[in-house]
Design a protein around this ligand. Sequence first.
Ligand code: ADP
Ligand code: ASP
Ligand code: MG
Length: 411
Amino acid sequence: MALIVQKFGGTSVGTIDRIKNVASRALAAQREGHQVVVTVSAMAGETNRLVALMEGVTTNYNRREYDVVVSAGEQVSTGLVAAAIEAMGGKARSYQGWQIRFMTDSTFAKARIREIEGTRIRRDLAAGCIVVVAGFQGIDDGGNITTLGRGGSDTSAVALAAALKANRCDIYTDVDGVYTTDPRIVPKARKLETISYDEMLEMASLGAKVLQTRSVELAKKYSVPVRVLHSMEEGTGTMLTNENPEMEKVLVSGIAFNKDEAKITVLGIPDRPGVAASILGTMADANINVDMIIQNMAHGSDTTDLTFTVPKGDYSQALAVLRDAKTGARELAGNPEIAKVSAIGVGMRSHSGVAQRMFKALAREGINIQMISTSEIKISVIIDEKYTELAVRTLHDAFELHKDIGDRITG
Ligand code: ADP
Ligand code: ASP
Ligand code: MG
């Protein structure tokens, strides 16, 4: 007998028929002799609706109250799934984060998990129940409701699987696995049978929304066997694995994009030690994450320009903070209409020429590169947001990702 955590995302619980489908899947796994924990998201669109309600009251909301409001969607779907299981003759119990002591820190809206109390869940499982846990939510030491950031139910599921030492964590969603890029943008993208934790981590952190980044970090850290599957179709999905020797052979294994960043340039700042630290320090003090950074020396002058990206949601605040900070800059410029497009692959570690192939392909389409950042296993560029889809398709073609792994370019 295995213990399986099944996670169902928003679309997969989006209608009553789909709620019934979730109940059948959970019951089928139980009939096969397994203990089953189900983690659910809010019904499709519900969390967006709740965020909009909050923003209707004020855009300068208290994050504690934001979490009270946006966590509510999951309460409804847990109750509906548990009721559907019972209506089909099974035994089920739903729990909210606070009821099972899903403990997090107090960083409202992006809380980090501290520990999960498994006693109550284990007792119910032993009694033959299917346990239905609200994804996305937790509770801090002070008893306040917290949430794990958008897309956080993936992380809830993997954390539960790790805490309960589950044999498997199945993430059911609206695609049948992880693809070489978002199949909605590139219909000829290929499904991967397996993907290494490291590559999935890069894909997720560079924008592939199929799994929340934090869920992949936890899966890797606790060696949780994670599979991504379609909730309405049968199939083998994509398995996350430690190593994937096949992938070492190809230069690039996936393309990701992210439209959630904005670019800020601080022009004409004095060129002396400590200036970059102080400007970026103002961002850190305001709790704003800075991603890509470049600094350019203006030729023949004693000033320099600093360009960096921040989350789009923090863009206005970042500009306001910089205006108040008296940086000594000549000018402050910003552009929220940018996108980051990235090529990812463990195979690029040992090969050169990936960047050149990438830049050439973009140039052929007339796409201007505004910023570049590289690491051992990825290259990212910032471009004009309106070229995102074209860039993703172009790079997918340039690295022949639609082909069988054996037929792709290997450098
Ligand atoms: P859920 O509500 O089930 O959590 P999400 O919308 O969060 O689902 O994630 C699934 C979506 O992720 C897919 O519909 C797809 O458009 C998108 N996606 C982005 N990149 C990829 C990729 N590389 N492979 C598969 N899906 C991807
Ligand atoms: N319902 C939350 C969201 O929409 C969490 C999730 O779906 O994973 O972000
Ligand atoms: Mg999701």
